[in-house]
Design a protein around this ligand. Structure first.
Ligand code: CDP
Ligand code: CDP
Length: 226
């Protein structure tokens, strides 16, 4: 099981990172949050006040930065060139610019190379938008995790309220829809379900139920292959 590669893709707020973390723990695999990698590059570009329409500049940046994950009890911390940026990459600023940065082909090439290098060393649960289609097309397990946009926005809203942030529900829902459209409409590696992925619709399911369903799919596939 510890060489298994699980590709977990889907739209914003579907529950990918929450579920991927716990599935990885349960199966003894390494969790790789590829969204955090695109967020890290975006954070650095904003921090350095780069021109976000300069594809060459963003590509150079993506090839220079060192992104590391360190596991913690709650999940994992994200470091860029040794600096802890776990909280910084979740700001609204980063969230609103990340789709534009991750649409740049050179940025994607740099991140995909790093993602494949990790998966070459260890079994993974990797979550993102293009894992089953581009990053790990031969992954043993491919899941497309989704939920209605209303439910995804409600989850995100609750998460931000719990953190004490002020949020407008309709604006949040629009932001999610806009990001999904951008991610699925881009030219390079658009967000899309792999043809051989299993669809898991988590609308109306709690986190434990989704994890159970995904673990069941993983175990079934492993049993079929052995
Ligand atoms: O957690 P949330 O759904 O808000 O997003 P994320 O997984 O942190 O990803 C942030 C953004 O990075 C996405 O909206 C995509 O633009 C981009 N991304 C991507 O292009 N490819 C991936 N494999 C992962 C994320
Ligand atoms: O990574 P992604 O954007 O797909 O979603 P997430 O950040 O894992 O989940 C977004 C929010 O939905 C988190 O606050 C989760 O706790 C919550 N969630 C939920 O309430 N029910 C689920 N079945 C899955 C996630």
């Amino acid at each position: 099981m510890n060489t298994l590669r699980v590709a977990l893709d889907g739209p914003a707020g579907a529950g990918k990172s929450t579920v991927a973390k716990r599935v990885a723990q349960a199966l003894g695999l390494t969790y790789v949050d590829t969204g955090a990698m695109y967020r890290a590059v975006t954070w650095k570009a904003l921090h350095d006040q780069l021109d976000l329409s300069d594809a060459a500049g963003l590509t150079q940046l993506a090839n220079q930065v060192q992104i590391d994950f360190k596991p913690t009890a709650a999940g994992q911390d994200v470091f860029l060139d040794g600096q802890d940026i776990t909280e910084d990459i979740r700001t609204r600023d980063v969230t609103s610019q990340v789709s534009a940065v991750s649409a740049v082909a050179g940025v994607r090439l740099a991140m995909v190379e790093q993602q494949r290098n990790i998966a070459a060393r260890t079994g993974v649960v990797m979550d993102g938008r293009d894992i089953g289609t581009v990053v790990l097309p031969n992954a043993e397990v491919k899941i497309w995790l989704t939920a209605s946009v209303e439910e995804r926005a409600t989850r995100r809203y609750q998460e931000l309220i719990d953190k004490g942030q002020e949020v407008d529900f309709e604006q949040l829902k629009l932001d999610i829809q806009r990001r999904d459209e951008y991610d699925s409409g881009r030219e390079h590696s658009p967000m899309k379900m792999a043809e051989d992925a299993v669809l898991v619709d988590s609308t109306g399911l709690n986190i434990d139920q989704v994890i159970e369903e995904i673990l069941h799919i993983c175990r079934q596939i492993v049993a079929q292959k052995s």
